[in-house]
Design a protein around this ligand. Structure first.
Ligand SMILES: Cc1ncc(COP(=O)(O)O)c(C=O)c1O
Length: 434
């Protein structure tokens, strides 16, 4: 008898080559029978391919960090260990999880606007590689803590640029925001760092202006903007940046097949900008990109089962056993400017006659809408409905206790072998055991 948490495709009979192009031949019906629904399935080989593609495009001039917030599943972090150069982390919870997966704290860059004094203290004590400073207040806090601990943490200053990049659908910079120091505050920050040099090992500048961008030109523009900020800081405030974290923001296509970021055009444009920067500044810093969704989104599919159907005032509703509780982003409630349907597929009847319906989750709220006016092969109760491109901001970004349904199971797949990467949990499993 095999252990219950590792099964090969041969143990499950119904592989279909065309349903999920990133990993053909996945036996969805067999998986659903054995493990129940809903579940997320992550194909690790796809993550490996994305990492290689970025590394190939940017070479060793850039360090590649994985942004853990996109998907913090332990198996994914384990798989990424040794593939990426480090991690972008946003909480000590993520640091703990990453250490458990084998990553060294020294390879991590810790950003995030709400760092408490105890987080800063823990980051120093755990020897997190770089702390990215988000405000003048945080800088003062870190100085005091470093002084108390007789430590000299390595820092970058996270800067909020004065100009937005137009094509970032989700903007974290270039406007009033809680992220980073204002570009105009760089002078004061550098002065504070310089006059307290026993508390800080100043590494450079970090900018993260936005994300989900599919336009290579806009992403090149973003990198140029970051380099310009560094150039100005170096000339006007006499600071030397050995590390320039240009952010990332590489987008993926959630809504239609075949739309891809032109990675080659992007890397050529970025390399030109970097070469020009180095020629002008006579320097050769370390550049960093931090990517979440671009590395993991396409690797994942969220699989639900249709449990019910109904017609309400001539409109057909198909009710699924999972929805925004497991995958808030697919319901359009995770910061998407304009709600658009995620891609959906009837995994049980891929070639069936098309019919229009609304796909809804099981929650008692009208925002649990997984697809509005979706056209896909007619879904009947019992059918499996999958949402591809769900390997990031799914489980890790959803209100999974809301309404008390069990959490989604998480599975990984690598070359025909499946593994339970996180078991399903019930509401009562989260009770205090004390
Ligand atoms: C500072 C920072 N780095 C990296 C990321 C990862 O973004 P994405 O998953 O879009 O690549 C984010 C996303 O919010 C972020 O805020």
């Amino acid at each position: 008898m095999k252990s219950l948490d590792q099964w090969s495709a041969a143990d499950l009979e119904d592989g279909n080559p065309s349903l999920w192009p990133v990993a053909p031949g996945i036996p969805f019906a067999g998986l659903a029978e054995r493990f129940g629904t809903p579940f997320f399935l992550y194909d690790l080989a796809t993550i490996g391919r994305q990492v290689q593609a970025v590394k190939h495009a940017f070479g060793d001039r850039f360090q590649l960090l994985y942004a853990v917030k996109a998907n913090s599943n332990l198996e994914i972090l384990r798989f990424l260990h040794g593939l990426v150069d480090g991690l972008d982390v946003s909480s000590m919870g993520e640091v703990e999880q990453a250490i458990l997966a084998g990553h060294a704290p020294e390879s991590m860059s810790f950003a995030g606007p709400g760092k408490r004094r105890e987080d800063l203290k823990a980051a120093i004590e755990w020897k997190v590689g770089v702390i990215s400073i988000e405000s003048l207040r945080e800088l003062v806090d870190l100085h005091e803590i470093a002084h108390e601990l007789s430590a000299r943490p390595r820092i970058t200053l996270r800067v909020n640029p004065s100009r937005p990049i137009a094509h970032f659908p989700l903007k974290m910079g270039g406007k009033a925001t809680q992220f980073g120091l204002e570009e105009e505050e760089i002078g004061s920050a550098v002065e504070f760092v310089t006059s307290h040099s026993s508390s800080f090992d100043f590494a450079g500048i970090h900018v993260y202006s936005g994300t989900q961008c599919l336009h290579s030109d806009a992403l090149i523009d973003n990198v140029k903007q970051v380099l310009e900020i560094v150039r100005t800081a170096q000339t006007e405030h006499a600071c030397q940046c050995s590390r320039i974290n240009v952010g990332g923001g590489f987008g993926v296509s959630y809504h239609e097949e075949g739309v891809q970021l032109d990675l080659r055009a992007l890397s050529l444009g970025v390399m030109d900008a970097v070469n020009e920067f180095e020629k002008e500044t006579h320097s050769r810093p370390t550049y960093v990109i931090e990517l979440g969704r671009y590395l993991t989104a396409e690797s994942g599919i969220y699989v639900t089962r249709a449990v019910s159907e109904k017609v309400s005032r001539d409109q057909r509703f198909v009710v699924l056993d999972g929805g925004m509780n497991h995958h808030l982003a697919a319901s359009g409630n995770l910061g998407a400017g304009r709600r658009r349907n995620y891609m959906a597929v009837n995994l049980s009847k891929p070639g069936g006659e098309k019919q229009t319906c609304h796909l809804v989750g099981p929650l008692c709220t009208p925002i649990d809408l997984m697809g509005y006016d979706v056209e896909l092969s007619a879904v009947e109760p019992g059918d499996l409905v999958g949402f591809p491109c769900s390997g990031s901001y799914g489980f890790s970004a959803s209100p999974f206790l809301f309404l008390g349904h069990p959490t989604a199971l998480e599975l990984t797949h690598l070359h025909g072998t499946f593994k339970v990467a996180r078991s399903r949990m019930r509401l009562v499993d989260f009770n205090d055991r004390g």
